[in-house]
Design a protein around this ligand. Structure first.
Ligand SMILES: [Zn+2]
Length: 201
């Protein structure tokens, strides 16, 4: 079976970049990366995010510092209780400005930003804005409610991008070509997935 037919999942790549795999798993990922440009460029993007997170000395909010230290501690103690504590949820779409325009018979203004609102759980929501930029689409947004930082990953057949939430839990990804993507949020104790995010007006 060709390794190219089975790309590595984001979770696998993140665990690899974060040093959380067993030596055997590590070797198998390394073998795949050696022969797969797509997965190795994604691994490189994850590595940049994690490097930024670890080297960011500009945080001044004490609470944020504590949470960051907890994350680093977990990273250094990979095979403890952390995996079982993490939750995985699929964000539920609550509002889509494009659908609202259709429902009310309004025509979409050309080049208008599209806004989506997702429920993560009882305590938090995800706001996503999709707006045209540089011939593609910029995806930006914010986690509202319980949020202490994390990473955002956008991946699709046309490309991928990753960034870190700022102190206000906002993010803005570099513009991507119009296509269907998956959006992943890796928050303190939960992985949130938006399985289908179509970049269009
Ligand atoms: Zn691959």
């Amino acid at each position: 079976m060709s390794p190219l037919l089975h790309h590595l999942s984001s979770e696998r790549l993140l665990d690899f970049v974060d040093g959380r795999l067993t030596p055997a798993e590590q070797s198998s990922v390394e073998a795949h990366l050696a022969s797969c440009a797509a997965c190795s460029s994604q691994a490189a993007a994850f590595k940049r995010v994690i490097t930024v997170m670890r080297s960011d000395a500009t945080q001044d909010a004490p609470e944020h510092m504590v949470n960051r230290a907890i994350r680093l501690f977990r990273t250094r103690h990979p095979r403890t209780a952390e995996p079982s504590l993490r939750r995985r949820v699929v964000a539920a779409l609550r509002l889509d400005s494009a659908q609202q325009r259709l429902a009310f018979g309004m025509r979409a203004a050309p080049q208008a930003a599209r806004e989506l609102l997702f429920d993560i759980d009882d305590e938090s929501e995800l706001e996503v804005r999709i707006e045209p930029a540089e011939g593609g689409w910029r995806v930006a947004g914010q986690v509202l409610g319980a949020c202490t930082g994390g990473q955002v990953l956008l991946e699709g057949s046309a490309g991928q991008a990753a960034t870190e939430l700022n102190a206000q839990c906002e993010f803005s990804l570099p513009p991507q070509p119009g296509a269907i993507y998956k959006l992943l949020l890796r928050l303190e104790d939960v992985d949130v997935e938006v399985p289908i995010l179509e970049l269009r007006a």
